[in-house]
Design a protein around this ligand. Structure first.
Ligand code: ATP
Ligand code: MG
Length: 289
């Protein structure tokens, strides 16, 4: 289907699907509910969405079946496709780790020598072992890697860990960190040659940056006694100087500032102690620099 639209591949069903669609919607794209269709066009943009298995996305982008794709870095590096990583997207964060049963915990990396490790990421594991000069046998398993040690198939596993619940259920413990992953935007290496499509990608990335930085920030508003302005300004962790507004009540001021979202709870008591009242914290939808 060559209609000049930029073709973006996202995971059809899995851990990245919902967040990928949410990000695209926050970027202002009007995407109808896709139900079971393979391709859906955005109603208000020159963009087609392709819904695929995540394992296939790097290769499809490499071969130009899709122009760009959203996929985990783990899959990008495992597939070793010839593509460009254009932007980190801040969601789908997880770690690829080596884990072992309690009675077989390695104490140092050298203890991995001679061991058998089960994984669905043989390429990333091989690179890790080579980089550390280690000799271990890799057994490739496509799912439920965590049961391999109890089946006697492997001594250790190398798998995705986020909360550690799956490991605990299988009586395994984390040992070494192999790879940190998050969702990334990847693009076909030749996309630059297509000026029109490349411009659509640049526009999309600019929108994504705006959405991602807005998520990290919040809009803080409060009223303060006039004489505590200096102290309040010191407490507010803002890159720019806060906005100060006069109120009808001449003894008070209103102060507004954009702050890092995760700092709010660490400053709220100091703000109150300095006399701030009516403290409001609002979400920001977009931030353009
Ligand atoms: P598919 O059917 O599309 O092949 P899958 O089962 O291979 O799906 P998922 O389990 O949906 O893949 O994971 C997709 C990606 O999400 C992984 O490649 C990884 O980057 C990320 N991911 C995996 N586990 C987690 C987790 N627990 N928390 C956050 N992100 C994760
Ligand atoms: Mg997969």
């Amino acid at each position: 289907m060559e209609n000049g639209n930029l073709k973006l591949a996202i995971q059809k069903k899995g851990r990245l699907s919902e967040k990928s669609l949410e990000l695209l919607k926050l970027c202002g794209l009007d995407i109808e509910n896709y139900s079971e269709r393979l391709i859906v066009s955005a109603k208000n943009h020159k963009l087609d969405l392709l819904f695929l298995r995540d394992d296939d996305i790097p290769e499809y982008v490499q071969d130009g079946v899709a122009d760009i794709g959203i996929v985990g870095e783990d899959v990008v590096y495992e597939k070793q496709a010839n593509i460009t990583v254009s932007e980190k997207l801040g969601f789908g964060k997880c770690k690829l780790m080596i884990a072992a049963p309690s009675n077989g915990m390695p104490e140092s990396l050298e203890d991995l020598n001679g061991k058998t490790i089960a994984t669905s990421y043989p390429n990333i594991l091989k690179l890790f072992l080579n980089a550390n000069n280690l000799q271990a046998k890799i057994i490739q398993i496509s799912g439920s890697v965590e049961i391999a040690p109890s089946l006697g198939v492997a001594d250790l596993i190398c798998d995705i860990v986020s909360t550690g619940n799956t490991l605990r259920m299988n009586k395994l413990n984390k040992s070494f960190n192999v790879f940190d992953s998050e969702a990334v935007m990847i693009s076909n290496n030749d996309l630059k040659k297509n000026e029109e499509k490349y411009a659509i990608l640049q526009d999309l990335i600019a929108r994504m940056r705006s959405v991602l930085s807005a998520k990290k920030s919040k809009y803080l508003m409060m009223n303060i006694p006039k004489n505590s302005l200096e102290e309040i300004t010191r407490i507010i962790p803002s890159l720019k100087s806060p906005t100060v507004l006069h109120l009808a009540d001449e003894a008070s001021l209103a102060v507004h500032a954009v702050i890092p979202a995760d700092r709010f709870w660490s400053i709220v008591n100091d703000l109150k102690a300095a006399g701030a009242t009516g403290i409001l914290l609002l979400p920001i939808e977009n931030m353009i620099f």
